[in-house]
Design a protein around this ligand. Structure first.
Ligand code: BMP
Length: 260
């Protein structure tokens, strides 16, 4: 069945995956499919933006290794905001190494990502061992993994064969893999979550190869469940009204898609 026409609430009720259930439920409750990509570089900026924009987002996506004044206590403050505003934290780490190495990168080091980010992602280039390594750290904590199946950057090297093999890996590892970073909905076979970066209402590229679609294209045409928006919101002079604009655009596209 084509579940892109089902509501988030219906998909929350059907899925056996606790993290997917939590995400779709909070999206339905808050009426938002907006993930804020918070790529600013100081703890103060991140926490201030997360507190202001938290009510309008379902997921907050971080790049923890760009934070200049990172301390582990920052992650605890972020978790408090995630509870206060009911959003999930996604560390966009894009792991890409052998299973044994990603275990240490995910669970250890100064970031200890697995302790505070319920969502992370990886490339599938190394093969299934990367998923096994990440699962061995994340599954017992209730975390979930997204596989990078397509990217938004121009002339990227993701072939359709690579994308298909990535989907196959996801299907074989559904106990831990709950979705994709992709530009399209990739299968009707399973209830995966599709998160799509490269979303902007006013431009279709940047100067370094990023390409953008509108929320209408990403959600309405290409079947994304969650839109990921960064600079368009945090560089705006009024991030709150801008986040509301993207939240409404994403939600309207979803409402149209599910009512067709
Ligand atoms: P922006 O909206 O400012 O272009 O940011 C997009 C965000 O999504 C960045 O954090 C980037 O690392 C991430 N991203 C992307 O742009 N394209 C992809 O294919 C995968 C990503 O994770």
């Amino acid at each position: 069945m084509d579940y892109s026409k089902q509501t988030y609430q219906e998909r929350a009720e059907q899925t056996p995956n606790a993290l997917t259930k939590r995400l779709f439920s909070l999206m339905a409750e808050k009426k938002t499919n907006l993930c804020l990509s918070i790529d600013v570089t100081t703890v103060k900026e991140i926490l201030a933006l997360a507190d202001k924009l938290g009510p309008y987002i379902c997921v907050l996506k971080t790049h923890v290794d760009i934070i200049e004044d990172f301390t582990y206590s920052f992650t605890q403050s972020l978790l408090e905001l995630a509870i206060k505003h009911n959003f999930l934290i996604f560390e966009d780490r894009k792991f890409a190494d052998i299973g044994n190495t990603v275990k240490s990168q995910y669970g250890g080091g100064i970031y200890r990502i697995a302790d505070w980010a319920s969502i992370t992602n990886c490339h599938t280039l190394p093969g299934p061992g990367i998923i096994d390594g990440l699962r061995s750290i994340g599954k017992s904590r209730g975390n979930g993994l997204l596989l990078l199946a397509e990217m938004s950057s121009a002339d990227n090297l993701f072939s359709s064969e690579y994308t298909h093999k990535t989907v196959a890996l996801a299907l074989e590892n559904r106990d831990f893999v709950f979705g994709f970073i992709s530009q399209h909905k990739l299968t009707d076979k399973a209830d995966f979550v599709y998160m799509t970066p490269g979303v902007n209402l006013s431009t279709n590229s940047d100067s370094l190869g990023q390409t953008y679609n509108t929320p209408e294209t990403a959600v309405g045409v290409n079947g994304a469940d969650v839109i990921i928006v960064g600079r368009a919101i945090y560089n705006s002079p009024d991030p709150v009204s801008c986040a509301v604009k993207y939240r409404n655009a994403g939600w309207n596209a979803y409402s149209l898609r599910t009512s067709r």
